[in-house]
Design a protein. Sequence first.
Length: 376
Amino acid sequence: MRRVYFLALALLIIALAAAACGQPAAAPAEQPTTEPAAAQPAAGDESAEAAKEIVMYNWTEYIDPDLYGEFEAATGIHVVEDNFSSNEEMLAKLQGGAAGYAVTVPSDYTVAIMIEEGLLAKLDKANIPNITNLAERFTQVPYDSGNEYCVPYMWGTTGFGYDSTKVDPPDSWSVFFEPDPNSDIYGRVTMLDDPRESFAAALAYLGYDINTTDEAQLNEAKDLLVKAKAQLAGYDSDTYEDLVASGENLLAHGWNGDFLVAMDENENIAYVTPEEGGVVFVDNLCIPASTTPEQKLAGEALINFLLDPEVAARNSEYIYYASPNKAAEEFLPEDFLSDTSIYPLAEVLDKLQYLEPVGEAESIYQRLWDEVKSAQ
């Protein structure tokens, strides 16, 4: 999941040079730039030097891979990518003490958990001047007010994608939760291998808050998920869109951008959000607290590069997710900006909810999810 503006390199260099000379730097003009800033020492740490190689812990196929080479050419920093399939997988790895990741990409509710548990480093915004390119509504997100720890990367919705030549247009989560053994889709359906996303689907269908902590409601949702399991080909957060595009499966629960990418392979793929509502998400660029100063500096350089308006536009168009970068809109084609599968209409957004931290109930979600996965 998956699951929202920029300054010139020359101005950054001038500011740092002035600081090094003990002179106050003039305030930079508020205008976008298309020139990525090179990695510079963090403010107050003249001994810091950016690492020459870093690891980005990212969702699968969630960046234009060409950008890594361009970033390396601009900064000399090589990026290696490691992948995760769910927020829970990423979180558990960092909670377990995994180190060496300079940047990771958690969703909104997971950011709040990571901040509370001390798993994220505060950003040095002097190294990320392009942060000023964010649209205003993404500068005061509830899970990280003021973008102290993270920078919104992409935003999107969860719904389902299907082969429009073989499946009647579905409009309800009932396509999952009222399985019909005589249906053509039976046995050719997947749901996300993600406890919060899958429970959100069931809870929305039942008319409950997708962030409920009521155990009775969660057990009711669990029973629905077990019922849905009868027609599933499996749980999949990595290749579900490819399996629909290839014709192996006919319908899948997943994130909008993935299905839009799959449309390049199969023009018959369609994406909808169900009438009962579901999830809208913001994924974020964050730096784990376990990073070294050298890794952190290089990670902030990567974040700044990805916030460049032209880079952000190319990346958004490549992976088909909406960008929280206001300055990038100038470089996005009109048909992209007007695509309601990417930028939903207000009446659709009104039915969608953000996943939020559920505190101690997290263990209930996980226990019930384990029961769903193990049910025969």
